[in-house]
Design a protein around this ligand. Structure first.
Ligand code: HEC
Length: 155
């Protein structure tokens, strides 16, 4: 009887932990920002890692445009893949519970759009298609920047 009570308490405690982790996964570590956006609260290293990824996205977007205009599709594929899912390995794991779920969805959606740009360029070798797909992908940049910012937590 005693051990039965103990296992029920364990179930309750574990359920609470799972619920809290699930809650964190969905809402993330977010505060309203005075510029009307949502501020995602990060450590210095996490913020730096994400901003580096952002600069890579910008650089690869420019590289895709330059390579499309030169009709160099091997270079389009390389730059697009460098922004795709494979690059997710560089993202610190601690961000998993800090970034709200809508933002994660937008981020992964952007990565998969770059993978689509790579696959499309490999198959069709058509600059107009590449440029049109990049312009659609870049709507994700705009949507996320309009909604979120990063703030470094000092402690
Ligand atoms: C999932 C959300 C999200 C997506 C998608 C996203 N960004 Fe960002 N990006 C941010 C946030 C948040 C910041 C920080 C803005 C702030 O704190 O004011 C940022 C900052 C940047 C910066 C500034 C980097 C620095 O060193 O200060 C650049 C450049 C940038 N993004 C480029 C891009 C490009 C290009 C794309 C699309 C290919 C993109 N971002 C897509 C969220 C996103």
């Amino acid at each position: 009887m005693k051990s039965c009570k103990l296992s029920w308490s364990l179930v309750v405690v574990l359920s609470i932990i799972v619920a809290l982790l699930g809650y964190k996964f969905i809402v993330g570590e977010v505060q309203p920002s005075d510029d009307g956006r949502q501020a995602v609260m990060l450590t210095k290293d996490e913020r730096n890692a994400l901003l580096l990824e952002m600069r890579n996205w910008l650089q690869n977007s420019q590289a895709i445009l330059a390579a499309s205009s030169d009709k160099d599709f091997a270079a389009v594929v390389m730059a697009a893949k460098a922004s795709g899912m494979a690059a997710e390995a560089n993202t610190p794991g601690s961000l998993f519970r800090k970034i709200p779920v809508e933002m994660k969805t937008l981020g992964f959606g952007t990565r998969s759009k770059f993978d689509e740009i790579a696959a499309d360029a490999e198959q069709y070798k058509d600059s107009a298609r590449t440029i049109s797909k990049l312009s659609v992908a870049m709507n994700n940049c705009i949507a996320c920047h309009a909604t979120y910012r990063f703030i470094e937590k000092t402690q």
